[in-house]
Design a protein around this ligand. Sequence first.
Ligand SMILES: Cc1ncc(C[n+]2csc(CCOP(=O)(O)OP(=O)(O)O)c2C)c(N)n1
Ligand code: SF4
Length: 544
Amino acid sequence: MTQMVLSGDEAVAQAALDAGVAGAFAYPGTPSTEIMEYLQEHIGKEAGVDAAPGLRDVSTRVAQWCSNEKTAYESALGVSFVGRRAMVSMKHVGLNVAMDPFVNSALVRIHGGLVVVVADDPSMHSSQNEQDSRLLADFARVPCFEPSDQQEAYEMTRSAFDYSEAHEVPVLLRITTRLAHARALVTTAPAGAVRNLGKTDDPYAWILMPAMARKRWAALLAKQATFKADADAASRLELGSKELGVVTCGLGRAYYMENVGDWAQAHGGERPTHLHIGRYPVGVGKIEALVSRVGRILVIEEGYPYVERELRGIFGAPVPIAGKMTGEIPLAGELSADSVRAALGLPPRGGVAAPAIGVPARPPQFCQGCPHADSFTALKKALEGEAEFFSASDIGCYALAAQPPWNAIESCVDMGASVGMARGAASVGQKRAIGVIGDSTFYHSGITNLIDAVKYRTPMTLVILDNGTTAMTGAQPTIGAASTLPALLEGLGVEKEHIRVLEAHRRALDADVAAIREELAYDGVSVIVMVRECIEWLKKVRKS
Ligand SMILES: Cc1ncc(C[n+]2csc(CCOP(=O)(O)OP(=O)(O)O)c2C)c(N)n1
Ligand code: SF4
């Protein structure tokens, strides 16, 4: 047993290493990125080399960034199929991209343990939405584990591999931003070896043709009672006051523990009866015990009112239930010690109010010398005097161009959408329809939209901002080298003379503006690749 100071992400990664994971795959996204970074660094050390992408240690372990979450998921499935342990990690919206393999893989007979780590981002610190992955696990009918601290993140990840193998099902491990990034002391258990179970002996276990899929679906449904019973056994009920029962889930437990002492002090020293739930689908045994004991219930959970809805659904609310649905806990945003305190009916904590300081707001800006700034200067200049245009964009550092002083893009919805949106608009007559996308996002999911544009010869211009990296999430490597883009674009069917590779630099401004104007005037698909390295990435490369 060793003690280590680990963030939630690192605890998950360390547990995967100790559980004998053979294949780990991911696409970057805050707050899950550090899982793969930790795995690469440590697998690199085991292999006797410094951290580098796509590491392999003597052919037993691999940790790789992939093009997107779907490709990452499918690689993990292959590892499981051949009898080794696999992990795939992503941020919450990444699971939308991987939804097809995720939901379908719930039906196959998972062989080597498969753990799907999804990091949710309540409060949208760096995301487009705050969806709750517990509901997607429920949708796929797979078990979901939700740790409440870094120690549990370690322990649950290890047990998730065992559970996945025992029940032949993927296990979703849900973490949230604060847990993913905060550090705590974690006690690790002895590491297991990388095992090889070989291929499964059932020739139809992974074939989801209708006749087999119906059987597999029935098998998955039959497992639900076990999942619930196991979740019930794993939940913890501490008897206390009969007046109030508190249900906590995941990190909600930490906020509750910060306040429970004060609640007890105000209630004759007695704490509420407390049920902590860390696994789903929710089991009913301990909930029944709680409901029959207390006069009212407060549910503290991060994300959607998932358990709260289950409680109301199961029992038709025989006792009053407070939570997100009734407004005691805010429906939007992450939990805090203060919001939980208010929900417990406690007065605000004392303290010294900070004096108001008139600091001007500082919205995020491009770094000094950022290549995207020069690209947008050129694009805006090329559009000067044009009354009609549509500048669809995407997610990456370049989304900062939505704000003043740039105001150069009009959309930022989901990865790859810029290309499809420009194409859709152009196909119904929008003039000068432009898609602006980063290189990593283009490889992630811009490519397929471009194939549609080529097929229909849609009059649009795609601007790929090739800064050589996935800058927004901390400069991870882009899956394709910059030099491969023109050949790839040509291979997709974009005409060679309308693939323009330009330097994203102010010294090339006039030439860039002229080239962009020419391509905007072209009545077909044109692609402009604006090339210059991200400053932050260069710093990172030079340091290493
Ligand atoms: C489905 C999904 N996966 C991951 C992310 C996290 N994310 C946001 S932008 C981005 C990529 C940015 O790289 P790139 O397009 O090259 O632009 P750059 O930041 O380098 O300018 C990632 C991984 C996300 N928002 N959605
Ligand atoms: S991190 Fe790189 S791409 Fe992002 S704003 Fe800074 S220089 Fe530009």
